[in-house]
Design a protein around this ligand. Structure first.
Ligand SMILES: [Ca+2]
Ligand SMILES: [Ca+2]
Length: 173
């Protein structure tokens, strides 16, 4: 009896294998990440589970109110290549560190679904990266700059300059 069981088990792969290739499932490793503007980059990882017909290339899409090149840089297309499955593939998102005081911005990455059904989506298909501004608002200086701008405009238009403008323009020709 035991011998027949062994023989049966030996044949299971042959019975199951044809036309039943396992398709992999792809998922981000986190749904949310936060990065300071001064951190230069943040690592994004996608993990693949199961699947027996690699390679796979996932073209991750970008969205959100952060802007490519002025707030972050990723390759175009932003591909994650899986030479084998059952691994994690990580890519860097470069963060642009400007000197502007601005609100925090978000970059939303999405794993596309497979049009041919060659893979499935896992539990986390969207990753939101919050880019935290690291520039403090220097209000007194901002006010001065705004006032100087108004004065320079008045000067260009040939308007009569109020006294504070005269001294400000003399200091900032
Ligand atoms: Ca900055
Ligand atoms: Ca900034």
């Amino acid at each position: 009896m035991f011998k027949y069981l062994i023989i049966f088990l030996e044949f299971i792969p042959l019975i199951v294998a044809p036309g039943h290739s396992l398709i992999p499932t792809f998922s981000f490793e986190a749904a949310m990440l936060s990065v300071s503007e001064g951190d230069n980059s943040v690592e994004v990882c996608i993990s693949a589970h199961d699947g027996n017909s690699p390679p796979y290339v996932l073209n991750v899409s970008t969205d959100g109110d952060a802007a490519l090149h002025s707030d972050y840089v990723v390759p175009d297309p932003f591909d994650f290549t899986f030479p084998v499955t059952d691994i994690s593939v990580c890519n860097n998102v470069t963060i642009v560190n400007d000197r502007l005081s601005e609100k925090n911005e978000t970059l939303i990455l999405t794993i596309p679904s497979s049009s041919s059904g060659s893979y499935e989506l896992g539990s986390i298909t969207t990753l939101t990266i919050t880019i935290v501004d690291d520039d403090v608002t220097d209000c007194p200086s901002c006010k001065d700059r705004l006032f100087l701008f108004v004065c320079k405009n008045k000067e260009m238009r040939g308007d009569l300059l109020p006294l504070p403008c005269s001294s400000l323009l003399a200091e900032n020709p």
